[in-house]
Design a protein around this ligand. Structure first.
Ligand code: ZN
Length: 351
């Protein structure tokens, strides 16, 4: 198991004294930084029978524990994830009143059920198969339902020695405060762009710098987008947004064509792309900097000059809200026209 370059410092820091690792860790931070890979490496290190005593060393990769872990059969390791096919529930069908928590989930992500957590009780309290450590990895931890979180709390109250819980979450503010307070948080920041870009280039990603910025600095998201061929679609979305304002119907028609033509470019992704663009317009207007579209700065400045900051922020919030229904719009055409109208109105608000 390898760490990403940008995780080395955090690893060294965390394992400076591996005997003093807390029994419950929360690996928190934005998506796409490799938190889950880090968690696996940490689990391997804890379970490894030949782990080097050297500070910050990794699992050996050769002992029987390491081999079991790789083959997915380690008796002292549990990975708790939402089970496949388990959908988050029908709430998103009900329109704009969708609660944020249900709507913000990715397609296909369900809950971690309470019985999955309860099954850990035996694992934790019955004892290790190998008289050693035991590790339970829960990811994404925010997908535990409240009953599951409460069941976990009970276990975390008095965990036996040698048991480690590693929770991974990109949306850790959704965790119960009582769960948060029982974990030591390890917060992952975005890597410095140079090492992230170098890694992307090593993976054979072209236009790495541009993708990395569009992905908000998260290298694994950028790599994912490269694999899906999303950059072309993304560029077209931006070109349409950066054009001289047209009417909403024409703009919506362009988007509709794009959604049909670009493989892997979905409506929620389109809304997200527009949302990031509007955020950058507002940031240019307010602070003179932008987060995702440095390469389009000139266009951003030109458009932002015509809009008011408050209208841009209101538009951004609108987009956040409509993103919730973008997975199941009643009428895609109307949805697109509505989004285009909101965007163009915000642009025409004057100084
Ligand atoms: Zn080993």
């Amino acid at each position: 198991m390898k760490l990403f370059d940008w995780q080395q410092a955090l690893w060294q820091q965390l394992l400076a004294d591996s005997e003093k690792l807390p029994h419950a860790l929360l690996l928190a931070g934005p998506e796409g930084l490799g938190k889950l890979a880090f968690a696996h490496a940490l689990a391997a290190r804890l379970l490894c029978e030949e782990a080097t005593k050297e500070v910050g060393g990794m699992a050996c990769g050769k002992c029987s524990s390491c081999i079991w872990l790789v083959s997915g059969n380690h008796p002292d390791f549990r990975l708790i994830q939402p089970e496949e096919g388990e959908e988050a529930g029908g709430a998103e069908e009900s329109g704009e009143s969708v609660p944020i928590q249900a709507s913000a989930r990715k397609p296909g992500q369900g809950h971690i059920r309470v019985d999955q957590i309860r099954a850990l009780e035996d694992f934790v309290f019955v004892g290790s198969h190998r008289q050693g450590k035991r590790v339970a990895l829960i990811s994404p931890a925010e997908l535990m339902n409240p009953a599951g979180a409460n069941a976990l709390l009970k276990i975390l109250e008095e965990p036996p020695a040698g048991v480690y819980f590693i929770l991974v979450s990109s949306h850790w503010r959704r965790l119960l405060p009582t769960v948060l307070s029982r974990c030591r948080s390890v917060v992952f920041g975005r890597p410095d762009p140079v090492s992230a870009e170098r890694w992307l280039v090593e993976q054979g990603v072209s236009a790495a710098a541009e993708l990395l910025q569009l992905a908000g600095g998260a290298p694994l998201v950028a790599a994912d987008w490269a694999e899906q061929g999303r950059l072309d679609g993304y560029r077209k979305v931006i070109e349409a947004l950066a054009e001289k304002p047209v009417d909403p119907v024409a703009m919506a028609a362009k988007w509709a064509t794009l959604l049909k033509a670009e493989q892997g470019f979905t409506l929620p992704q389109l809304v997200e792309a527009v949302q990031k663009w509007v955020l950058d317009l507002a940031m240019i207007k307010i602070a003179g900097c932008c987060r995702y579209h440095e390469a389009w700065r000139v266009m951003l400045e030109r458009l932002a000059a015509k809009a008011s900051a408050s209208a841009l922020m209101a538009c951004y919030n609108d987009l956040l809200r409509i993103r919730a229904v973008a997975r199941h719009p009643l009428n895609t055409q109307l949805f697109l026209e509505d989004m285009a109208a909101r965007y163009l109105r915000a642009l025409a608000t004057g100084r």
